[in-house]
Design a protein around this ligand. Sequence first.
Ligand code: PMP
Ligand code: GLN
Length: 389
Amino acid sequence: MQPLQSKLPWVGESIFSKMSRMALEEQALNLSQGFPEFQPPSELIEAIHQASLMGKNQYTPMPGTPELREAIALKELQIHQHTVNPQTEITVTPGATAGLYTAIQALIHPGDEAIIIEPAYDSYRPAIELAGGVCLPVQYNLTDFSFPWDDLTAAINEKTRLIIINTPHNPLGVIFSAADFDRLYQLIENTSIRVISDEVYEHIVFDGQTHSSILSHPGLKSRAVKVSSFGKTFHSTGWKMGYLMAPADITQEIRKVFQFLAFSVHSTTQFGLAQYMNAHAEWEPSLSDFYQKKRDLFIDALGNNTAFKVMPCQGSYFAVLNYGNLSNLSDQEFAEIVTRQFKLASIPINAFITEQPVTKLLRFCFAKNDDTLLKSVEILHRISTQYHD
Ligand code: PMP
Ligand code: GLN
């Protein structure tokens, strides 16, 4: 028998699994894989529990329960002032990763080109390739994290069908403004390019700024899929609950794929989320506040007198540190040494980039208790004074 030919020959263990595993082996503080160290609201857990006891344990309608889709539409209207039709424009998915996969399968045909902006979340490229598409990465400026408008413009051609953007951005913490969306629209206005906007950190935006969504742009809205995740919003990444919003013609194709990917999503969690969201319309602004305090605690405790350079963070729950003053090692090597010798796990930014440039950047997840953050900063101070290549 011929050996099985891999569809993803270049894919190995994900950096998130690798660094979390290493953190466990080394008993290191784990600021690598992005997940909160806090519990979801107990009222939400209780609502899910009660839904199960009340018998909500069978398949739900394929695109999600009407109650949850209506709660999502209401939230979208209250928080972002977007009118979204829960019947025809919202699809509940088992997490944003599955949502992204579904939307990419619906939008990409064999041979189509899709542009991603790297560093990029690791699921975009495999999902494009599994659809038979060609993934074309362009790169953020890794010195000041500015968006690569010239490279994006140069990458667009008649085969381009899709651009994937991410705001607030994982791992760089930069955000898209309304003016950025205008600029994107001007670029693709006269093409058939669709846009997937990964907005899973939409409720985590700092310094008085507000989240600008692709759905707020009148021109882009008709060609956009917005991707959201409850995992980031309710400290529940392990539940894998998310949703897609797209105009009816795109949603129709998304649902055709989704009904054969999963058909429907965990029933009791949908009922519990709908109940909780209807009872708590006010949760969103407090999440930005909550995480801004975490960001500030981490950055302030680190201070200005270390070898690390703190990169600006406007949103998400990730801080990026440049260690170029300390080491000439690649960020993959340096992240491993920091985990094994100093017991602090982070994510090397190279892992989000196809062409391996020499970056000296590590990502730290600050969705952690204050105590964990302060202990991590103590370790960073130690690295700063003791480390030599
Ligand atoms: N997109 C980005 C940018 C992410 O950071 C993540 C996960 N952290 C996801 C998508 C996937 O979210 P989920 O866990 O809901 O699949
Ligand atoms: N998105 C999370 C991160 O960036 C991890 C997701 C995963 O483990 N696949 O850390």
